[in-house]
Design a protein around this ligand. Structure first.
Ligand code: FUL
Length: 507
C-alpha cells in the first residue's frame, strides 16, 4: 500500500493556496540567502504552530475508521466491479464507534466518506454510487450524518477522509471532476456540524476512462478554509505531515519545523494581505527521509514552516475489515509500544479501527483497545515529580506538573543550555520519563540527558534529541532521591512545559 503514498512523499513542487484565518504570527519564516546556520537554527526555534495545529496536536490520539463498499467485498481497494446493492451493514451503530474512540483514549473520529472506489457514505447529490442506492435503511441512511452526530454528542471531534482518487466517477480526469470534488467537500463541510480534520491521501491513479486527474489542491483548500476554518488539512495538505510509514513508528528525532521553498513563502505573503501564516502549501522534498529538520537539513533552506507529523497505523494488518484478520488484531502491548513510538516521539497517533460487515468495531479490537488503555492509565496515574522539590525555585515543580505546557521552566538568562535539579524526600523508582516543550512558542531542544544520583554518583538514566510537543522515554527502573535534567543543546532558549517520572505496571 505504501507505494501510493510515494505520490506525496516525492512531491517535487509546491502546492499553494490562499487561505484566511491563520492567527499565529510565525508559522513560517523566510530565510535570506547566506544567513549563518546558527541564526537559521535560532529562527527555526521560533517558528510556531497555528492555533488549529495546536488544537490538533493536543488530541494526541485520534481514531481512523475504514468502512465502505470494500468491507462487503473483503477488499482493500475497489476494482470497479463493486455494486451499491452489496452495502448493507446489519447492525451499524455510530455510538459504538464513538465509545471505541473513547476506549482508545482518542479525541477525534476521522471517518471515511469516500475511498478510492468512489462509493459515498453520505447521500451526495453528485453521484448515485452511494448509500442511497444501497438496501441499507432502504437507501434513506446517512452514515456520515450518524457518525458526526455520535462524535459531537460524545464530545469528540469529527474529521473526514475524502479520497481525491476516484476510480468510479465517469468525469475523473477532467476539470469537471475538480468541481464535483469541491461540491462533495461542500456537502460534507456544510451539513454535518463542526469538522476538525480533512484527510487527503496522495494517491492519484487512473480513473475509469484511463485518465489521471490534475488535482486542484488550491481550490480544495479554499473550500475547506471557507467552510471549516478550524479544520487541519492532513497529508496532502498544509497543516499535518504524514510521518512517512504506516508501521506506527515515528522517528526518534522528529522536528515539527521543516524546510519550505521561497516560492511557496512568496506566494503566501502575496496572497494573504501580508498576514503571516495565511498560506497552504506542501514543503519540498521527500517526507520518507530519516532526517527532515536537523541543523544540516535546514542550513540552506529558503524558508521554514511548522509541519507536524501524524503516524497512521491500523489495529489490524489491513485498513478495511477482513474476517481472516480477526486473530491478527494488534495486542495491547503492541499498541502501547506504538503509543510510545508515536505520541512519545512528537507525533500524533491516528489509529485505524475497521468496522466489520455488521457495521461494528469487532470485539477483538475492543479488547485490545481496553488493554492498551488500562496499561497507559496505570502507567501515567502518578507523576513522581509532583512530590519533588526544586533546588532553585519551587514554582518550577508546579509549572512542570500542571496540565499546561504554557507554564514552563527555562535556563537562566536566555541560555540555550541549562540544568534543572529536583530532590525527593524519599526514594522514587521510575521507568518512564515524559517531557514537553511549550510548543506554542516553538520547538527548540536538540539534545538532553536525565541523570540521577545512584549509589552516590550522577549516572545517566535517559537521553534523547528532540522533545517538541511530547517525548516519552522508557528506561530501566531507576531509584533515586535526586535527579537532574540537563539540556545539552537547543536552537534558542528552551521552555520545558512538562516533566514527568512514572512507573509502568508489571504485565
Ligand atoms: C492509503 C490508502 O491507499 C489506503 O487504502 C488507506 O486508506 C490508507 C490510510 O491510505 O494510501
Amino acid at each position: 500500500m505504501n507505494y501510493k503514498k510515494l505520490f506525496n512523499a516525492f512531491i517535487p513542487v509546491m502546492v499553494v493556496a490562499t487561505l484566511a484565518n491563520e492567527v499565529s504570527g510565525q508559522s513560517f519564516k523566510k530565510i535570506e540567502k547566506g544567513t549563518p546556520s546558527d541564526s537559521v537554527a535560532a529562527m527555526a526555534g521560533r517558528v510556531v504552530p497555528s492555533p488549529r495545529q495546536v488544537a490538533w496536536q493536543e488530541l494526541e490520539v485520534t481514531c481512523f475508521f475504514h468502512f465502505g463498499i470494500n468491507t462487503f467485498y473483503d477488499l482493500e481497494w475497489g476494482n470497479r466491479e463493486e455494486r451499491a446493492e452489496m452495502f448493507n451493514p446489519t447492525a451499524f451503530d455510530a455510538n459504538q464507534w464513538a465509545q471505541a474512540t473513547k476506549t482508545a483514549g482518542a479525541g477525534m473520529m476521522l471517518c471515511l466518506a469516500k475511498h478510492h472506489d468512489g462509493f459515498c457514505l453520505w447521500p451526495t447529490r453528485y453521484t448515485d454510487f452511494s448509500v442511497k442506492s444501497s438496501p441499507w435503511k432502504n437507501g434513506k441512511g446517512d452514515l456520515i450524518g450518524e457518525l458526526a452526530a455520535a462524535a459531537h454528542t460524545n464530545n469528540l471531534k469529527f474529521g473526514i477522509y475524502l479520497s481525491p482518487w476516484d476510480i468510479h466517477s465517469p468525469v475523473y480526469g477532467t476539470d469537471e471532476y475538480n468541481e464535483l470534488f469541491k461540491n462533495q467537500l461542500r456537502e460534507l463541510l456544510t451539513n454535518y456540524g463542526k469538522v476538525d480534520e480533512v484527510w487527503f491521501d496522495g494517491a492519484c491513479g487512473e480513473g475509469a476512462n484511463g485518465k489521471r486527474q490534475v488535482y486542484d489542491w488550491e481550490g480544495y483548500y479554499k473550500v475547506i478554509r471557507e467552510l471549516q476554518p478550524d479544520a487541519v488539512i492532513a497529508v496532502m495538505g498544509p497543516d499535518v505531515r504524514w510521518v512517512g510509514t504506516e508501521s506506527g513508528y515515528g522517528r526518534t528525532t522528529e522536528w515539527s519545523v521543516v524546510p519550505a521553498s521561497a516560492a511557496v513563502l512568496d506566494h503566501i505573503a502575496r496572497s494573504s494581505q501580508q498576514t503571516p501564516g495565511n498560506g497552504a502549501f506542501l514543503p519540498v522534498g521527500n517526507m520518507m527521509e530519516a532526517d527532515l529538520g536537523s541543523r544540516e537539513k535546514i542550513a540552506n533552506a529558503e524558508g521554514l514552516i511548522w509541519y507536524p507529523s501524524e503516524v497512521d497505523v491500523s489495529i489490524r494488518p489491513g485498513w478495511f475489515y477482513h474476517e481472516k484478520e480477526d486473530t491478527l488484531v494488534k495486542s495491547p502491548e503492541k499498541l502501547v509500544d506504538i503509543y510510545y513510538s508515536s505520541v512519545g516521539r512528537n507525533s500524533l497517533l491516528l489509529l485505524n479501527l475497521p468496522a466489520d460487515k455488521r457495521g461494528l468495531i469487532h470485539e477483538n479490537d475492543l479488547r485490545s483497545l481496553r488493554g492498551m488503555k488500562t496499561i497507559l492509565d496505570q502507567t501515567f496515574a502518578q507523576n513522581f515529580v509532583k512530590d519533588a522539590m526544586c533546588t532553585t525555585n519551587n514554582d518550577v515543580v508546579a509549572n512542570l506538573t500542571d496540565s499546561l505546557t504554557q507554564t514552563f521552566w527555562s535556563p537562566e538568562g536566555d541560555q540555550t543550555t541549562g540544568t534543572l535539579e529536583i530532590l525527593f524526600s524519599k526514594p522514587v523508582t521510575f521507568d518512564r520519563v515524559l517531557l514537553q516543550e511549550n510548543f506554542r512558542e516553538g520547538q527548540r531542544v536538540e539534545r538532553f540527558v536525565i541523570e540521577a544520583i545512584i549509589d552516590g554518583h550522577w549516572l545517566p538514566v535517559a537521553s534523547g534529541t528532540t522533545i517538541g510537543y511530547k517525548r516519552i522515554l522508557r528506561t530501566e527502573p531507576a531509584t533515586t532521591t535526586r535527579l537532574r535534567l540537563r539540556i545539552l543543546s537547543a536552537r534558542s532558549c528552551p521552555q520545558i512545559g512538562s516533566f514527568g517520572l512514572f512507573k509502568a505496571p508489571e504485565w
